[in-house]
Design a protein around this ligand. Structure first.
Ligand code: DC
Length: 230
């Protein structure tokens, strides 16, 4: 039996998806699923094994013995790769580009999408990524597409790196982000794209609280409806 709505949040890097998704999930008692973390875990595994990201055959073989799990703790995700908690390691700067590259390999996508559908099929989930509303759950109950201008998104990412003590030029952060957006939107299978029925929200000039409140105001009536029906 379905335990609630499926809420999809897509958008480019640093558009505010995961922050809002986590806060919302906590507020409404839903499970948060960070699908980007799953592609990051695949990329980390390839890196650990010294596999070139362009070597599709070796990547396909790797999928036969990869174990990726997401544990929810207070709406925060812990990512387990082959039983090891890699939640911090997958956030390393080089993993972002590797995750984007590995996510374009069809075998990787099919495997991750299968896991994502299993995790979300019963509802009661907020799931964020690039292709949730278009490909993973095209019938999701609520779909958002978050955007923000590239400079503002790069500034968010730059500040995040600074907080971690990583000193990277802003111009490099911006260039990496634009390159990743292009890779993600131009791949053939399930590219980053707004679903026709998704609500687009530009978070450029919103605080985290404002963007979360905006999403909540839209979700709230749907939650009420769902309660009445179940
Ligand atoms: O959301 P993120 O930055 O952690 O995602 C890392 C990469 O994973 C992103 O550049 C593209 C890929 N990704 C994807 O292809 N599909 C998803 N649903 C989520 C992420």
């Amino acid at each position: 039996m379905k335990k609630g709505l499926i809420i999809a949040i897509d958008g480019p890097a640093a558009s505010g998806k995961s922050t809002s998704a986590q806060l919302l999930a906590k507020k409404i008692g839903y499970i948060y699923i960070d699908t980007g973390a799953m592609y990051r875990a695949c990329a980390l595994k390839a890196k650990k094994l010294g596999i070139d990201i362009n070597d599709e055959e070796s990547i396909r073989n790797l999928l036969d013995y990869i174990d990726i799990r997401i544990e929810n703790n207070n709406s925060k995700n812990r990512i387990l790769l082959d039983g090891e908690d890699v939640s911090e390691d997958i956030r390393a700067d080089d993993i972002s580009a590797l995750a984007s590259a590995i996510s374009a390999i069809p075998a990787v996508r099919y495997k991750m999408v299968e896991l994502q559908r299993k995790m979300g099929e019963n509802g009661g989930v907020i799931i964020d990524g690039r292709d949730i509303g278009t490909f993973v759950f095209p019938d999701a109950d609520v779909k958002f597409f978050l955007t923000a201008n590239p400079e503002i998104r790069a500034k968010r990412r730059w500040l995040e790196l600074q907080r971690k003590g990583i000193d990277k030029d802003f111009s490099e952060v911006l260039a990496d982000l634009i390159k990743r957006d292009n890779n993600d939107s131009q791949r053939v299978l399930a590219p980053l794209k707004k679903a026709d029925d998704a609500l687009e929200i530009d978070t450029s000039n919103m605080t985290i609280q404002e963007q979360t409140d905006t999403l909540y105001r839209i979700i709230f009536p749907r939650l009420e409806e769902e309660c009445k029906c179940s």
